[in-house]
Design a protein around this ligand. Structure first.
Ligand code: CMC
Length: 426
């Protein structure tokens, strides 16, 4: 659908570069013609590069807008369950009643993990970070589902998506239980997705009267929804890049989990709490802010590559945070500290000039802490929720012809061509 062309002149040669319009957002310039020009495009950090066309998620960073399959994130978070959102990400639209019942049933059928997988946990030290365990055990799923899995088969791809979404809460809870030295809890299929996760996290076999808490369940489900997808971020791009080689999808998701772990990405929610611990009390905020401004440290939970106005997920997350803290009657000094930090940052020219606002991770850590989730599990929960987004992008890539992802480079190394004996080499 090229409306018009851009023109690029290099070394006196003119190249026509088609401009392609999407349904929303900036059009793109198709730079494929550079192939003949003798030049590559150069864009460290993919700041201006769209490597894919996608119908799943749209972000307008300037407006602070996030749409999944066209629906605004706040509408989804307030009116739909996470699994309905996952269905929409996978299939293009929210499910009707029949589709919902069918999808939920399929997820329930696949919540358990192969008993042999338990052995993998035992290979880890008890103090291993749960994200390290998740990279390992989700990657290990590829050994359980490999021989019979044909990524060119649509049914095989669909069951892979179901299995992954269904098993992530089980594996996430197992990684926590293992760190606590407590027995793994089997999933209870009379519970909904969020209830089941909380049950597997917090119940013990002795707990015959385990009681669900609706406020916590709803908050957990919202947290899942708010993390479900975020278009071509670092971890999703990793999943696509790994998937572009035709690799096993469970291994691709493990690669996504690894990419998510970093503090610039999903690891930020854990880093926010660590930062609050380091600051200690409200009186220490000004001193900490000086360190931020002198670039000694970053204010974790602030800033975003795409959002330069506000993060719409953070808005819903803040409301949920208030609800949870009120319902649970929690008056945590950490929260007071977080709010003082937020206030100062929002008024400070350093942050205003750089368009730095609280992102989703600033508030999610506070809610997760309030509902008793240990800090080391924060990013695991992000990974659990993001699995529906990752696998939707993997499915989208595999449902049409695709090319292996293979970027170019600007080589700035040595130019020696002849072998020169180095003194003392032997
Ligand atoms: N604290 C202090 N200064 C910051 C921060 C921050 N959190 N983020 C950006 N800046 C400054 C940065 O130093 C730079 O200043 P200057 O132009 O004077 O050198 C300017 O703002 C632009 O920053 P940038 O590094 O070019 O921005 P980016 O788009 O490459 O980075 C980011 C985006 C999210 C990696 C970064 O803002 C950051 O590290 N934030 C803290 C970590 C965090 O909260 N990450 C979670 C992101 S949301 C969850 C997710 O989707 O993964």
């Amino acid at each position: 659908m090229a409306d018009t062309n851009a023109k690029l002149t290099v070394n006196g040669e003119e190249y026509e570069l088609p401009i392609i319009e999407g349904t929303l957002g900036r059009p793109v310039i198709d730079v494929a013609a550079l192939q003949e020009s003798g030049f590559w495009s150069y864009d460290p950090g993919f700041k201006v590069t769209a490597p894919v066309e996608s119908k799943i998620t749209y972000i307008d960073g300037g407006k602070g807008e996030l749409l999944h399959r066209g629906y605004p994130i706040d509408e989804l978070a307030n009116n739909a369950e996470y699994l309905e959102v996952a269905y929409a990400l996978l299939n293009g639209d929210l499910p009707n009643a029949e589709q919902k019942a069918d999808f939920f049933e399929k997820i329930r059928e696949h919540t358990a993990v192969h008993d042999q997988l338990r052995k993998f946990f035992e290979g880890f030290r008890r103090d291993a970070h749960p994200m390290a365990i998740m990279v390992g055990v989700v990657g290990a799923l590829s050994a359980f589902y490999h021989e019979d899995l044909d990524v060119s088969n649509e049914e095989h791809r669909e069951i892979t998506a179901i299995r992954l979404i269904a098993k992530m809460p089980t594996l996430a809870a197992m990684s926590y239980k293992y760190s606590q030295g407590e027995p793994f809890m089997y999933p209870r299929n009379d519970f909904n997705y969020a209830e089941n996760f909380l049950y597997m996290m917090f119940a013990t076999p002795a707990d015959v009267d385990y009681e669900k808490n609706d406020v916590i369940t709803r908050a957990m489900d919202k947290i899942f929804t708010l993390h479900a997808d975020h278009e071509q971020n670092a971890s999703t791009s990793t999943v696509r890049l790994a998937g572009s080689t035709g690799a096993n999808p469970y291994a691709c998701i493990a690669a996504g989990i690894a990419a998510l772990w970093g503090p610039s990405h999903g690891g930020a929610n854990e880093a926010v709490l660590e930062m609050l611990d380091e600051i200690g009390t409200v009186e220490n905020v000004p001193e900490f802010m000086e360190k931020v401004k002198s670039r000694e440290v970053k204010l974790m939970g602030f800033g975003h590559r795409v959002y330069k106005n506000f993060d719409p997920r953070a808005k819903v997350m803040k409301e949920t945070c208030d609800e949870v803290l009120e319902a649970l009657g929690i008056n945590d000094p950490k929260l007071e500290l977080a709010m003082a930090l937020e206030k100062i940052a929002l008024e400070d020219p350093f942050f205003i000039e750089r368009n730095l606002y609280p992102n989703v991770d600033f508030y999610s850590g506070i809610i997760l802490k309030a509902i008793g989730i240990p800090t080391s599990m924060f990013t695991v929960i992000f990974a659990l929720a993001r699995t529906s987004g990752w696998i939707s992008h993997w499915l989208e890539m595999h449902s049409a012809p695709y090319k292996i992802g293979r970027p170019r480079q600007l080589y700035t190394g040595e130019t020696r061509r002849d072998f020169v004996e180095v003194e003392d080499r032997k």
